[in-house]
Design a protein around this ligand. Structure first.
Ligand SMILES: NC(=O)c1ccc[n+]([C@@H]2O[C@H](COP(=O)([O-])OP(=O)(O)OC[C@H]3O[C@@H](n4cnc5c(N)ncnc54)[C@H](O)[C@@H]3O)[C@@H](O)[C@H]2O)c1
Length: 480
């Protein structure tokens, strides 16, 4: 087998054998294994991770402090990545280069699929067939045929948890904003704008930088359409999911313009993406992802790159997710109060303000931003004198915009804990199969709209990819 940090696709192909044979070639999977049962209520869910690259190790760093799960196995086709994964989790998991060996382990209850997008489906499929619960990073699937195949397979394995790595769904702030939308606090929400702008010229990201070997080097998976959906899959996917969630529906159609203008190094994914999604009832999401400037015109320009702005007749929310370095923030702006005509017959016309909708927080300027407050600022009635005074002070400072409210927990921690919880209680994850599939469909159809320069209707997916699903030609899933 080719050694490790420079595994080419050809090396892997040679070593792996036919990728299409993967499911059949998992001897330990034969005989329809039972769903792995977490033994006792307090036993941690024992998990394995397939793909210990950038995202895998990020998740492991977070998983390390979550007691409800225990890492028992790691797998990557690269030794270097395995070593990094072991060092990150800090215990002694079994390690594999062939994911089938990990899936064959009886003591693995659940599996994280944190590999490049083009191998999400086959690995998720085989993990479900092995009786494992699955957390698969976004995007859940890559191709239309995989949408249909995974839906069918998941129905057959409905007792197993299948969660997609869309962490905004696990954010307290995003959940609060969803409630604001649903309760009409923002009035009628007709428009969402989202952007994820990066400056790949001045601040190149290692993940998006072309490495030697071009398309033959799997490390370049992000920048080739044979393995990736480009910016649309890696960035837009998070935000079109927010839009679907807020509007409570998938789009009716998408149109867009995608081009490769600047990063012309042999890649074939777009570096400039502009999209418009049309939802029912005239609602729209406009979207932009560029690679030459990172300015974000929300939060007084305090944060770069990504965010969403949700606009209703009674107010607007600007929101962005957090990570380990920068917290999630959300600001709410109210629209001018509605004016009603209170003129009596014969009187000169005059206008009076009429304030519609509820208020989420006690105060804040009518036109200035109102930070959305975190749960720790709610009064419980049980706090002592000092804590109550501190809360008063923090609420006041927050309402005045002096203190910025930060989400108390990284939603990644919440999504991971929630996954383990759902493996135990069998409840449907917030980012469940259909959420993940809708998100994948949006990515597939957005790229199609830009490729073909036409309006692509979301019901087109029903007829697309109805033939047998096959892994992308020439791609391998396992080493020798
Ligand atoms: N939710 C988020 O915010 C978020 C953020 C970043 C990445 N992601 C997603 O995580 C996934 C992984 O991205 P990444 O940045 O970690 O990529 P990466 O290239 O850094 O890591 C992928 C790893 O998978 C390994 N791999 C590839 N094929 C394999 C196979 N058949 N078996 C075992 N290992 C295999 C590679 O060797 C590599 O180490 C992608 O789907 C990406 O979209 C999600």
């Amino acid at each position: 087998m080719a050694q490790d940090h420079h595994l080419s696709r050809r090396d892997l192909l040679k070593a792996a054998g036919a990728a299409t044979a993967v499911a059949a070639a998992v001897p330990a999977l034969e005989g329809a294994p039972a769903i792995q049962k977490v033994k006792a209520a307090n036993d941690p869910v024992q998990y394995g991770m397939i793909g210990t690259g950038s995202r895998g190790t990020y998740l492991l760093k977070h998983l390390k402090s979550i007691d409800s799960g225990r890492c028992v196995a790691l797998c990557d086709i690269k030794q270097e990545a395995i070593d990094k994964g072991v060092a990150t989790i800090g215990n002694s998991p079994k390690t594999f280069k062939d994911y089938r060996e990990l899936l064959a382990l009886k003591d693995v209850d659940a599996v994280f699929v944190t590999t490049p997008l083009f191998v999400h489906f086959p690995l998720t499929r085989d993990a479900l067939m092995a009786g494992k619960h699955v957390f698969c990073e976004k995007c859940l699937v890559f191709k239309p045929e995989e949408v249909h195949a995974l839906r069918a397979l998941a129905q057959e394995h409905s007792k197993q948890t299948l969660q997609t790595g869309l962490q905004r769904r696990y954010s307290y702030f995003y959940q609060t904003v969803k409630q604001m939308v649903d309760k009409g606090i923002l009035g009628n929400v007709h428009h969402i704008h989202a952007q994820w702008h990066r400056n790949m010229i001045n601040k190149p990201s290692a993940l998006w930088t072309m490495k030697p070997g071009g398309e033959q080097n799997i490390a370049n998976w992000r920048v080739f359409r044979s393995m990736s959906g480009g910016l649309t899959a890696e960035l837009t996917s998070h935000q079109v999911d927010v839009s679907d969630w807020m509007f409570g529906s998938s789009p009716e159609f998408v149109m867009g313009l995608g081009s490769l203008d600047t990063l012309k190094d042999g890649r074939n994914v777009y570096d400039n993406v502009q999209l418009i999604y049309k939802y029912p009832n005239g609602q729209k999401m406009t979207y932009s992802s560029i690679s030459t400037n990172q300015f974000l015109p929300y939060f007084n320009g305090m944060r770069p790159e990504m965010g969403e702005i949700i606009m209703g007749t009674e107010g607007t929310v600007e929101i962005t997710v957090g990570d380990d370095k920068a917290p999630c923030i959300a600001w709410w702006y109210r629209e001018p109060p509605k004016t009603v005509d209170v003129t009596k017959p014969g009187e000169k016309k005059k206008e009076e303000p009429f304030v519609a909708g509820a208020t989420m927080v006690a105060s804040g300027g009518a036109n200035g931003p109102i930070p959305i407050m975190t749960g720790d600022l709610q009064f419980t009635g049980k706090e002592g004198f000092f804590d109550r005074e501190v809360k008063f002070a923090r609420r006041w400072l927050t309402a005045k915009g002096v203190m910025v409210q930060e989400e108390q927990r990284n939603p990644v921690d919440v999504e991971l804990e929630s996954f383990f919880q759902n493996c135990r209680d069998g409840k449907r994850p917030r980012a469940d199969l259909e959420t993940g599939l809708a998100d994948s469909v949006a990515v597939i159809l957005s790229n199609l709209a830009m490729d073909e320069g036409r309006r692509v209707y979301f019901n087109e997916i029903d007829k697309m990819g109805r033939e047998e699903p096959k892994p992308a030609a020439g791609k391998k899933l396992t080493p020798a």
